[in-house]
Ligand binder design. Structure first.
Ligand code: ANZ
Length: 846
């Protein structure tokens, strides 16, 4: 027919794909090199929206690309199907969370099929299946055995009126968002994973990801882990049996400490207050009540007036014996460092603000006007060109007067043996002195907290632990897993601060595996971030009943080569997956320490400049977006809309433009009047050059995620081909066939239905999606060159001049053969190579 019927074409190829299943990953006998391409799996909460359309379009581009490049590609799909949305739907609408979840998943599957996503459909997983979550339970047991899972009491926000635990976001100005009642902190005993044991490795290994993950994500992870280096210093407290330790990044300023501050909500503050006069105790209690209503953010804000209570107790400075008054103040946090600080107001702004508010002494111990060699200083010149003393006179800088703490470089004063030393040397010297005195040592502190995994909710993985009658807590034996959820029927799922599972009376009853005596189950379920921390490994054998994942398959496929998803997961999900990967590495189950070799974060899809969301009523649904223009036009419009990491405003995206472009491409295939056996070399040279430039450039552009540029280049080629047909050599020219074939192959990344249809029209059977990439003819190209760096274990060892269009494999081969690389390697073996053409090759030898 004359008009391009996108809908019919779509239906036809979807049926063929469903029948032939051409995108299934090759098995163990497949000798091609492998790529594992993964999109962050969706939550089945309601329908998919355009954010999903965007993310999964990118995933499919990458997966299809590597297939054309000759790789055995694993591209699976699954669902992160536990969690609150199902439970809330159940509470609000009386739906069964299980039925609601699986109905949504069916809808999602249908949408992905309609989108033409090239998944390996044989590997579907749902985290809410007992076959999946039994391995969460298995993982929990392994962490427990390694002392990485433990229980501790911790405060939660509690609304006494609604009898409900509230998330931080549900507490507004210290009150319950729903009923306005004053929120209190209530202590609950909960399960934690000890991610802090891995803080150094989680931080240090980020260096390996530099260049392969967005730098913003690396920065966010670094800040989240928040390592500070300094010292722990022990203080005697008068009338208190034990010494109290503080963490300080500036032990060099110990001579400048003039008071001591404890977090009001720490056990230490309560103990110290208990030994104080009655009047102090009362003031402390009032203060503690008001602090309990503050949020963490309020407490850390620097522009609030400082508040606190003097406890009428004293600490003793270990270096000079001075008595330091002890205050309780909210700017010191109970769960950072040791919950107590030595206050040095001359050199710390928060301490200075506090000292000025309560009239406490300020003692300068670092002369910040004294030059320090090696530190960077900007020299200011006066009118005659003479240098101006940058800091002026130390007397003019007195922090007690100016209100500005002296935090910069300088030389120590008023500090005995430390006088004259630079900050760096003074820190080292002070640590030596403290060690000699037995009053301190070098230490690090982290912002990272242990991972609270207990949830008092129904729709999650039951925690596989047993509480015996005599107070022991023991694991459910492995051979009794999975411990499955009971039926939701008859259970009250509304949040009450205790898990709904506690109401499943029969389910709660079990026996002590050792004694056979009656015992109780743990009623809590796991944070769904546990489910998503290792799912990429389960895809390797989702139906394996014997183990979480086969080690040999992990060795073959993992880590994930390209991981694609939203920046909203920049911290928690990625950090947890990195942590669990390292634990599995320590268990000897995987041979790598980072789960995702490269990460692509797509921008957001906006509507009228704001985020699409159900609550704003501006949500464009994925399924309905495809109805009119067809899947290919939606995918192409998204890829063309701009750089991957930029936000897209759906208002500005033209699916009509894409529809027209796809119809033009299809018509070219229809117009080709030569047979497949033409001799291309005899074709029109100008058109051939456009074709070969695309074939040469597209691989590098795709590897750099410049998908929009590839679409633009395809449009250019289609236009050039049309020109040759209409006004040049005509439809029989071999260059026209060559251009049409190249168009079909590259278009497959974006518009796979149209591409398959063109391929068939051009006289081929078999799927264009599986066709090897056509090599560009170098005689038809002009070469530019760029500099590539080669790193070994994170250090740059060589640079190479390479063609700008070089692809990853060719670049890797050059790097492996480079003499400087070979010399640096010595007798070490390359165990892993990560390549980002044309700029970086990163080898690791361990
Ligand atoms: C004395 C000192 C002198 C400090 C000075 C700084 C400058 P970062 O870099 O964020 O790790 N601190 C320690 N524990 C605290 C807590 N629980 N709540 C609030 N502040 C706490 O900060 C480390 C510094 O923050 C530590 O070094 C301590 O103050 C304070 F010129 O000790 B410092």
């Amino acid at each position: 027919s004359d008009a391009y019927d996108a809908y019919a074409v779509q239906q036809k190829w979807q049926a063929r794909w469903a029948e032939a299943d051409p995108f299934k990953a090759g098995g163990d006998d497949d000798t091609r090199p492998r790529k594992y391409v993964l999109g962050m799996f969706p939550y089945p909460s309601g329908d998919l929206h355009m954010g999903h359309a965007e993310s999964y379009a990118y995933v499919d581009i990458v997966a299809r690309f590597w297939r054309h490049r000759g790789y055995n590609v694993l591209n699976p799909i699954g669902w992160d199907s536990f969690g609150l949305p199902a439970e809330n739907a159940a509470i609000q609408r009386g739906a069964d969370p299980r039925a609601w979840t699986y109905a949504n998943i069916e809808q999602h599957k249908k949408s992905f099929r309609e989108y033409g996503s090239s998944y390996d459909w044989s590997r579907i997983l749902h985290t809410s299946d007992p076959e999946y979550y039994r391995w969460n339970q298995w993982l929990f047991q392994r962490l427990y055995e390694r002392d990485l899972a433990y229980r501790k009491e911790s405060p939660v926000n509690w609304c006494p009126n609604d009898q409900t635990v509230l998330a931080n976001e549900q507490v507004v100005d210290g009150r319950c968002e729903r009923c306005g009642a004053e929120v209190v902190k209530k202590k609950l005993t909960q399960w934690y994973f000890k991610i802090t044991d891995y803080a150094d490795r989680l931080l240090d290994d980020l260096n390996q990801l530099e260049g392969f993950w967005p730098s913003k994500v690396i920065r966010m992870q670094r800040n989240w882990i928040g390592r500070s280096v300094g010292a722990d210093i022990d203080f005697e407290i008068e009338g208190h049996p034990e010494k109290v330790t503080v963490f300080s990044t500036r032990p060099d300023t110990l001579h400048g400490a003039t008071f001591f501050v404890v977090a009001p909500d720490s056990d230490l503050a309560a103990e110290l207050a208990a030994g104080a006069p009655a009047e102090v105790r009362m003031r402390f209690q009032d203060y503690l009540d008001s602090v309990g209503r503050e949020t963490e953010i309020e407490r850390q804000s620097t522009d609030r007036p400082k508040t606190g209570v003097f406890l009428e107790r004293y600490a003793v400075n270990p270096i000079n014996g001075e008595r330091l008054p002890i205050w309780a103040a909210d700017y010191v946090l109970a769960d950072y460092g040791h919950g107590a600080v030595m206050a040095v107001p001359a050199h710390d702004q928060r301490d200075l603000d506090f000292a000025r508010a309560f009239d406490l002494p300020v003692k300068v111990v670092v002369d910040t006007t004294a030059p320090v060699t090696g530190s960077i200083s900007v020299i200011e010149l006066d009118d005659e060109g003479n240098p101006v003393d940058p800091a002026g006179d130390l007397a003019d800088l007195d922090p007690a007067q100016t209100g500005i703490a002296l935090t910069g470089e300088g030389r120590l004063i008023n500090s005995g043996a430390l006088d004259g030393l630079s900050k760096r040397n003074a820190i080292a010297r002070m640590i030596e002195q403290l060690e000699k005195l037995g009053a301190g040592r070098a230490a690090k502190s982290y912002r990272l907290r242990d991972w609270l995994i207990s949830r008092q909710r129904f729709w999650g993985t039951p925690i596989p632990m047993i509480h015996t009658a005599d107070g022991r807590i023991v694991p459910v034996p492995d051979d009794q897993l999975p411990l499955t959820l009971p039926d939701a029927q008859g259970l009250d799922l509304t949040p009450k601060g205790t898990s709904p599972l506690g109401g499943a009376t029969e389910w709660m009853q079990t026996v002590d595996p050792e004694t056979g005596e009656p015992a109780l189950r743990d009623p809590d379920t796991m944070d769904t971030f546990v489910d998503s921390s290792w799912y990429f490994l389960r895809f390797l054998a989702p139906n394996d009943h014997a183990e979480a994942f086969p080690v040999a398959q992990a060795h073959r496929w993992a880590p994930v080569d390209s991981y694609i998803g939203g920046v909203e997961h920049a911290i928690l999900h990625l950090l947890y997956a990195r942590f669990i990967t390292k634990v599995l590495f320590d268990m000897g189950l995987v041979d790598f320490t980072e789960p995702f070799s490269s990460l692509i974060n797509q921008g957001m899809v906006l509507q009228d400049g704001s985020k699409m969301s159900k609550s704003k009523g501006n949500l464009v649904e994925f399924a309905s977006s495809m109805v009119d223009p067809g899947a290919d036009a939606v995918r192409t419009a998204i890829a063309f809309a701009g750089p991957v990491e930029d936000d897209i405003d759906w208002q500005d995206v033209s699916t009509t433009g894409s529809q027209k472009f796809l119809a033009r491409a299809w018509r070219i295939a229809k117009d080709v009047s030569s047979a497949p056996d033409v001799v291309w070399a005899e074709g029109d040279q100008a058109l051939r050059r456009v074709t070969h430039r695309l074939l040469a450039d597209a691989p590098g552009l795709v590897e750099q995620t410049k998908f929009n540029v590839v679409v633009a280049r395809l449009m250019e080629l289609v236009n050039a081909t049309r020109k040759t047909i209409d006004s040049g050599a005509g439809p029989a020219d071999p260059a026209v066939r060559e251009a049409a074939e190249a168009t079909a192959m590259v278009l497959d990344l974006f518009a796979p239905h149209t591409a398959e249809e063109m391929w068939e029209i051009l006289g081929y059977s078999g799927f264009v999606g599986l066709v090897p990439w056509r090599q560009a003819d170098p005689t038809l190209l002009v070469e530019e060159s760029v500099t590539a760096v080669v790193q070994i274990d994170g250090k740059v060892r060589a640079t190479l001049e390479v063609p700008a269009r070089i692809d990853g494999d060719a670049l890797e081969a050059l790097a492996r053969a480079d003499e400087r690389v070979l010399r640096s390697l010595g007798d070490k073996q390359i165990v892993r190579a990560i390549v980002r053409a044309p700029k970086v090759v990163s080898f690791s030898t361990r």
